[in-house]
Design a protein around this ligand. Structure first.
Ligand code: SF4
Length: 313
């Protein structure tokens, strides 16, 4: 299995280690074929934990097709904004209508489609008691975010400045960063612009300001910007834009020191991922502790197969 580091992967690991196992290892797990030669000469560490069974592998793959209504709203928001960057002359009404139509279609398909390849909402799949409230709230948040993107004066000014720069782009894959240990860094930049040697990078957030957000992700983007455009770190500014309440964060100005600190933190994260990797590859789910936090489990797409939950049901 390829060793990849991403912000999403790290967030999953922070949220629940067992969810991390289901997300990144369970569906791709292949049980070993027991042979005498393998048991005598295999250099794999001795089995310490129970392995998942073939039914769990199938169940994990099926769960990976589920998404929460907030995830669907977030995906639609990012793709509609990226489309606006390609077609800035199209009307804001068209983007607003398209976003809501896409969301409503995703909800309708989730309810009615028999086709297994169609993405289902986890709220429907698990018949969550608060599904209607959650889906409506996700829809409302998508609408607010789109409205703020097109109407909030500070945000329209920022987007206008970026469109007016010498070069700009959206939804660009992070590439060209050195590996951290054996791990390749992956991710996506929401939007960037360049004026001479000055680089601006923006990360859209669908929600509102939460305060005290971790800056690791931003510094990683800034590091990418510095390498992608071959400029000094000090020329790169990165900021989050909260489309939920229209707040724009003060830009974070890059420096060698920040990048060094980011690299050190990435090494710590990767060390954690590396220490779990062998157990993940061997399907040893017991090496991955469950968070069992009600709020997190409620929005987890693996809740139907989770050993931690089935044990207490
Ligand atoms: S249901 Fe809860 S404990 Fe189980 S994997 Fe998901 S978040 Fe973790």
């Amino acid at each position: 299995m390829k060793k990849v580091y991403s912000h999403t992967k790290r967030s999953t690991l922070d949220r629940c280690t067992l969810q991390y196992f289901y997300e990144y290892y369970a569906a791709g797990y292949e049980p070993p074929i027991p042979t005498l030669q393998q048991s005598l000469f295999s250099d794999a560490p001795p089995l310490e934990h129970q392995r998942i069974g073939p039914d769990d592998v199938v169940a994990a793959a099926a769960c990976k097709l589920l998404a929460s209504s907030y995830q669907v709203a977030g995906q639609i928001l990012h793709s509609v904004i990226a489309q606006h960057w390609q077609h800035p002359d199209w009307t804001s009404e068209w983007f607003r209508r398209t976003a809501i139509e896409r969301f409503d279609r995703a909800v309708a398909n989730s309810l009615s489609s028999e086709d297994e390849s169609v993405q289902r909402l986890l709220e429907h799949h698990y018949r969550l008691s608060d599904m209607d409230v959650t889906i409506s709230a996700a829809r409302a948040r998508l609408l607010t975010a789109i409205s703020n993107y097109f109407e909030h004066p500070d945000i329209t000014r920022l987007v206008g400045e970026m469109f007016g720069s010498e070069q700009h782009g959206a939804e660009e894959a992070i590439g060209g960063l050195p590996r951290i240990g054996d791990f390749t860094i992956s991710g996506r930049i929401d939007a960037w612009s360049r004026n001479g040697d000055q680089i601006r990078i923006v990360d859209w957030k669908m929600g509102g300001t939460v305060g005290d957000e971790d800056s690791l992700q931003l510094v990683l983007y800034g590091w990418w910007g510095s390498r992608r455009f071959s400029v000094a770190p000090e020329c790169v500014n990165v900021q989050r834009v909260y489309l939920g309440d229209g707040k724009i964060e003060t830009p974070l100005s890059m420096s060698e020191r920040l990048i060094d600190r980011c690299r050190a933190r990435l090494y710590q994260d990767v060390e954690r991922m590396e220490s779990l990797h062998i157990y993940g590859e061997q399907g040893q789910f017991e090496a991955f502790p469950a968070c069992q936090k009600e709020k997190i489990c409620h929005q987890c797409r693996f809740q139907g197969m989770c050993v931690a939950l089935t044990a207490v049901r």
